[in-house]
Design a protein around this ligand. Sequence first.
Ligand SMILES: NC(=O)c1ccc[n+]([C@@H]2O[C@H](COP(=O)([O-])OP(=O)(O)OC[C@H]3O[C@@H](n4cnc5c(N)ncnc54)[C@H](O)[C@@H]3O)[C@@H](O)[C@H]2O)c1
Length: 321
Amino acid sequence: MIYLLTGCAGFIGSQIGKKLLERGHQVIGVDNLNDYYDTRLKEYRLKNLSQYDSFTFKKLNIANFQALEVLFQYHEFDGIFNIAARAGVRASVDQPWLYYDTNTSGTLNILECCRRSGIRKLVQASTSSVYGLNETPFRIEDNTDRVISPYAASKKAAETLCHSYHYIYGLDIAIPRYFSVYGPAGRPDMAYFKFMVAIDQGRAIDIYGDGEQARDFTFVGDVAEASIRAMDLEGYNIMNVGDDNPVKLNQVVSLLEELLGKKAECNYLPRHPADNLVTWSDISHTRKLLDWEPEVAIEEGLRRVVDWYKANRDWVQGLKI
Ligand SMILES: NC(=O)c1ccc[n+]([C@@H]2O[C@H](COP(=O)([O-])OP(=O)(O)OC[C@H]3O[C@@H](n4cnc5c(N)ncnc54)[C@H](O)[C@@H]3O)[C@@H](O)[C@H]2O)c1
């Protein structure tokens, strides 16, 4: 199969790409390589993908409809993984238009290109942030109208556009809602990554709130597997892709201390109002839909993250974080 993978230089996109390539598929990857975080990490992931002959990279902004149109004229895709996005909750408060342009208009551009080219299958990355302040565990039946950040609003808008294209044109669209994804070569703006480097360097870590907030940390390999299985679904399907095991931030700090053999110095700061207190996925529906189960528990997943960090310590410490 030939797949278009947007956001291929990103954390999750690169892992989806790797699994697709390992399974013998052809992947056309696009990414605009923006500098939301250090682009050396994106180049590192691209280099890993470029080892496969069946991978092609094109630098492209999905918010640019004309550029996407040209890409679709030159390739025939069996399906699209639209994983590219601006993905920072707090950054979206400062730059709401940027988030809307990429996450909402960018998704609309992909949908229009699918319609015009007769491509019927799309996996559209979404987020647990659409659940806002709902009671946990979050279920796909929950009301997701009351989001609490421009990021979540931009992703919710993308979901609703997908539904309208499914309804009018019959596209098969699968929408995995990811929960706090972590893993080796992850995003340096995420707490576990910043904590790991700071603890190792003997610097204090900033914790927004009392550290008792919990996240349903989900290992990136499990997320990539669920996303690929979702491509085979027919119709319009939303699903939670989480670990079903919320872990407190303070517990993540303890695990990192253990793995690094160093003690953390913690600065507790006021909680950011756009941050959720708890995220927790109800994945009963996903288990049945995808015949999928998260396989890597937090202790093992963080061990793999720290092993990767130790193997690349000098280089990672040089990254802008
Ligand atoms: N990491 C998580 O915990 C998490 C949780 C929920 C949802 N998600 C979603 O998963 C997806 C991937 O997130 P990630 O954590 O891998 O983030 P990431 O920032 O590492 O990856 C996103 C990639 O998209 C690219 N990109 C951004 N804007 C683009 C544009 N206009 N055109 C082309 N490429 C563009 C970026 O350069 C980046 O390489 C996103 O859709 C995000 O909203 C992630």
